[in-house]
Design a protein. Structure first.
Length: 85
């Protein structure tokens, strides 16, 4: 069974990420991926970049992956909107 850390490793090996966080239970995963590779791309194109980075693992090992794909500027804006503790 694949783990969130393994998915992070797969992604970071082929995609230059400013921030990468993956969580999940072994079957369903959620990822926040921040990369300059997403600049100028639609959401569909961004997801295609991630699917390309994961390759056949999307069919063979990873059954469900929901992802938030952001540019560094989008991530910074999103973080600024979060309440400070």
């Amino acid at each position: 069974m694949v783990t969130p850390k393994q998915i992070e490793g797969y992604l970071s090996a082929t995609l230059d990420c400013d921030h990468l966080a993956v969580d999940g239970d072994g079957a369903h995963f959620q990822a926040v991926i921040v990369s300059t590779a997403f600049e100028g791309k639609s959401r569909v194109q961004r997801h295609q970049v991630v699917y390309g980075a994961l390759g056949d693992r999307m069919r063979e090992e990873i059954h469900a992956l929901s992802m938030q794909t952001l540019t560094p500027a989008e991530y910074q804006t999103q973080q600024a909107r979060l309440p400070q503790c």
